[in-house]
Design a protein around this ligand. Structure first.
Ligand SMILES: [Zn+2]
Length: 911
């Protein structure tokens, strides 16, 4: 296949024929921005490295190329400290000697959303344009496995090459393969058999270098075909450039006829390769056959994964679509969103989101996620307020942030007038207490000082304030209502009052509080159009939920769509007659942040010492049952015996919630983790035995079997990641940041293609608590995967609060995700605007929507087709252009366009 490659050479080829093996030397460094040291600690080293690199490359033309790790963030990190050196970096990049991008950071692909991966790539490409463009190679050197759709994402950005190391399966036996996405998109994947540091720390002496090349060639014998070039990645984690490289390469070439070395760029090396005769691999790369995939990162630091899920959701599914659709284009909050996305993208770096890092690093990651979420939540609130202001009629308005028309539960505060009606559930009622209080000026001054803005509490706001004066004193009237109102002159009145009180401190002040009675209601809102709104109107409930039975003999939650029965002896529950859901199984974990590993002597605790079941909300819209179970978990693992030892009391509260019209039960489990070195999983029976699972990953649903490829150095543990849902054996689990599952409890089962083992249970990891960044001598991964640092954070001592939802009927899991995680939003309105009672700003049918935002002023919609069948994506009444991930036009469309099975498409809509 590959001809000996005419690598962008230094002219040292001596024409001795095909016998010389070309050796492409690519100098680089792998820069984990934060890992076992914090970001600022590494940056001190980065600045020194780049300072030296600039001097070296400017003074030594034989040091031809340097690969700055494929991520623009390190450039920004450097320039923040050395802005004066931007022209020098730019000059080297423009000359093709320094390659940057295409990514902004080297992310993890499984633990973040598809949008985060796309935004990372787009940010890298955009930032790289300031340096003459990015490396046109999908460089993925250290990611802990690769998602199935990566070839399509690369192809959609115009990249024809990937470079990978971890996750490559045994089926690939060469240094390259054709990697295909589920939609058929293909890239050529260069496989770094010996890692991204196979040519790190080359000797200064040419003879030694040649000997090392010989040894490397021998090591790669079974991978390299005759005449195929050898790729030497000259760098590794945080390594500095070797200033003698140009000299020693020249000397080595002069010394022998076996190898023809050239310092080159990855792009130039790959440009000379071909895909002819290569093995083809379709789908994700998660094999541990030749290198660690470190699958335990999915359950390490569950708080980080939850924070990621919330931050991504607040931006992708709320702030962006609501701002794009309901806020005028000229007020698109682009700068705020860029800021929030930069935080989320930075956190997607593999050591950051995986949290296989120092505790200080994880604190920073959590803080970034919180800030991104705060931006998302604030922008969402602003967009909802804009909807409220634009409504023609007053009263609550319900906004649907998703593409599909749907009803659902809403919680609203309304004036308490008349009877509440048969289809609603009253949560609280507050009678009006209008009245007048007479106060002295000092007290009023102090009290009003506490009033910041118009909020009184979460259900009441000052909706009007006024000041009047007569001979007897001052009247301050506060009108209090259930919804915030724009333009209430709280500050103006405060200022005026202070002025008058300063002039006449002894004035009597009468505070008149005008507060009508209000009711807090739960109701089922009738369907709201996709990306649309409806005035709040409680719908008749066709499937009201109710609680039956007695706590002692077992409570039942039922709505005619799902029957949930709690077993008061075990604290587990049945779904439609299948028992055993919610069994908490606690076992030891003698692993580290990267991998689960059972201790030599494990003890499983899955039986509570006591169980108390109590009814909460009673329906008809929402009913809840609390299951409080007491356990004794071992305290930790004894280092000497590797047995679980000690004992700690823990009380686990699980709230089961069933709503009207919904076929799923929502589960929330809370406890204060008292124990170290353990793994807590909830066992969920499968209605039918399963040999495969289907789970969400970036822009796709991937199917996996019951086993995983591994090797002695890393056992192929079949714990797999799922992003928001996993489906197996008739059970759908939707979760918030509980990314790790495993199919367990194998039984013999007959299937269409014969009999074999099938799983009868899905184990969902709720918590993995360990105390080492990395460890040596573990049963499932004997060698360390990082520094062996003792950490406190991963023990996760303290409050744990996790949520997931279960469904055993035949529903589309993407629909379930919307209902479980992206609730209908409620805004208040005082009327007076233009918006009618109901409507929609955008209609998207025929595919799943990943993103709605404004880009260069235009509405931009990204969709994907997770099915095996081609589809027609309909954007009723809209025209525009399909664009690639660089925003380059691909084809125009009018009203609709075709999308291949598993395809991803981005549409820019005409104004
Ligand atoms: Zn790394």
């Amino acid at each position: 296949m590959n001809d000996p490659s005419p690598i962008d050479g230094d002219g040292s080829g001596d024409g001795s024929g095909g016998a010389r093996r070309t050796v492409a030397v690519v100098p680089h460094t792998h820069w984990d921005r934060e890992w076992y040291d914090p970001f600022q600690t590494y940056r001190l080293k980065l600045v020194r490295l780049v300072d030296d690199l600039l001097d070296l490359m400017e003074s030594d033309s034989s040091y031809r190329h340097f690969l700055l790790d494929g991520q623009l963030a390190v450039v920004d990190d450097y320039l923040e400290i050395r802005p004066e050196n931007e022209p020098r970096l730019r000059a080297l990049a423009s000359a093709g000697r320094l390659t940057v991008g295409p990514w902004y950071v080297l992310m993890d692909e499984f633990l973040v959303s598809g949008e985060t991966i796309v935004r990372n790539l787009q940010k890298g490409i955009l930032r790289g344009s300031a340096f003459g463009g990015v490396m046109e190679v999908g460089y993925l050197p250290d990611m802990f496995g690769h998602v199935a759709q990566m070839p399509q994402l690369l192809a959609e950005a115009g990249l024809e090459h990937a470079v990978v190391w971890r996750g490559v399966p045994s089926a690939v036996g060469g240094t390259a393969f054709v990697w295909t996405a589920p939609d058929g998109s293909r890239v050529r994947a260069e496989y770094l058999v010996a890692g991204y540091g196979n040519g790190a720390a080359l000797p200064e002496d040419a003879k030694q270098l040649v000997r090392r090349l010989g040894a490397m060639e021998a090591e790669l014998t079974s991978f390299l075909r005759p005449g195929e070039p050898m790729l030497l990645m000259n760098g590794s984690d945080h390594l500095r450039p070797q200033p003698w490289l140009g000299r020693v390469v020249g000397e080595a070439n002069a010394l022998q006829d076996e190898f023809d070395l050239a310092i080159t760029s990855l792009a130039d090396y790959l440009a000379a390769t071909s895909t002819e005769g290569l093995v083809e691999w379709q789908g994700e790369l998660r094999s541990g056959f030749r290198s660690n995939v470190l699958m335990g990162v999915a359950s390490n630091r569950v708080d980080v994964k939850q924070a990621a899920a919330r931050a991504e959701r607040s931006l992708e599914q709320l702030a962006e679509p609501l701002s794009a659709l309901f806020v005028p284009a000229e007020r698109w909050p682009g700068a705020f969103l860029d800021l929030a996305w930069t935080l989320v993208v930075r956190n997607s770096a593999h050591d950051s989101i995986c949290a296989c890092s120092a505790d200080d690093v994880v604190d920073a990651v959590l803080h970034r996620y919180a800030e991104a979420r705060h931006v998302g939540e604030g922008l969402t609130e602003q967009a909802l307020a804009a909807v409220g202001r634009s409504m023609e009629l007053p009263g609550p308005v319900v906004v649907n942030p998703s593409a599909r028309a749907r009803g659902g539960l809403v919680e609203v505060t309304v004036p308490a007038v008349g009877e509440p009606g048969p289809h609603v559930q009253v949560l609280s009622e507050r009678s009006g207490r209008p009245g007048t209080v007479t106060l002295d000026g000092e007290t009023v001054r102090n009290m009003l000082g506490l009033l910041q803005g118009s909020r009184i509490d979460d259900q009441s706001y000052v909706t009007d304030v006024s000041l009047a004066e007569d001979d007897t004193g001052l009247d301050v009237t506060l009108v209090i209502g259930p919804e915030p109102r724009d333009g209430v002159p709280v500050e103006e009145v405060k200022r005026e009052l202070y002025t008058r009180l300063s002039a006449a401190p002894d004035t009597e002040v009468r505070l008149i509080i005008d507060q009508p009675p209000v009711r807090r209601l739960l109701a089922h809102q009738a369907p709201v159009p996709g990306f649309g709104w409806s005035r709040f109107a409680p719908a008749p409930v066709a499937h009201p939920v109710r609680i039956e039975g007695e706590p002692g003999s077992g409570l039942v939650l039922t709505n005619g769509l799902l029957h949930v029965e709690v077993d008061p002896a075990t604290g587990t529950f049945s779904l439609d007659g299948v028992p055993g859901y919610g069994r908490l199984v606690d076992g030891g974990d003698h692993g580290d942040t990267y991998n689960y590993s059972p201790p030599r002597h494990d003890t499983l605790v899955d039986t509570p010492t006591t169980v108390t079941v109590t009814a909460g909300d009673a329906g008809p819209v929402r009913a809840t049952v609390d299951v409080v179970a007491a356990y004794q978990w071992p305290e930790g693992i004894d280092a000497a015996t590797q047995a679980r030892s000690g004992s700690r009391d823990v009380t686990v509260t699980t709230t089961l919630e069933l709503r009207a019209e919904e076929p799923m039960v929502r589960v929330r489990t809370r406890f204060t983790n008292p124990s170290r070195d353990h793994r807590l999983r909830v066992h969920l029976p499968l209605p039918a035995p399963a040999t495969t699972s289907r789970s969400e990953c970036a822009f796709a649903v991937v199917e996996r079997g019951l086993t995983a490829e591994g090797r002695d150095e890393e056992f192929g543990l079949p714990t797999f990641p799922s992003r928001r849902f996993v489906v197996a054996g008739g059970l759908t689990v939707v979760h918030e940041g509980l990314l790790e599952y495993e199919l367990v409890d194998l039984v013999e089962s007959a299937s269409a293609d014969g009999s074999g083992p099938a799983a009868s249970t899905l184990a969902l990891t709720l918590l993995r608590a360990t105390g080492m960044l990395s460890r040596m001598g573990m049963s499932l991964r004997p060698l360390p995967a990082g520094p062996m640092d003792v950490l406190d954070g991963p023990q996760m001592l303290g409050p744990v609060d996790v949520r997931y939802s279960l469904c055993v009927s035949d529903v589309d899991p993407f629909d379930l995700v919307d209902d479980a995680l992206v609730p209908l939003q409620v805004a208040g309105s005082f009327g007076g605007g233009h918006r009618p009672e109901q409507g929609s700003e955008l209609s998207v049918e025929g595919a799943r929507v990943s993103s709605v935002r404004r880009q260069d002023g235009a509405l931009e919609v990204r969709v994907f087709n997770p099915t095996d069948a081609a589809t027609t994506v309909r954007l009723a009444g809209r025209t525009g252009w399909l664009v690639d991930l660089r925003g380059r036009p691909v084809a125009p469309f009018e009203g609709a366009f075709a999308l291949r099975p598993h395809g991803i498409a981005t549409a820019r809509l005409d104004g």
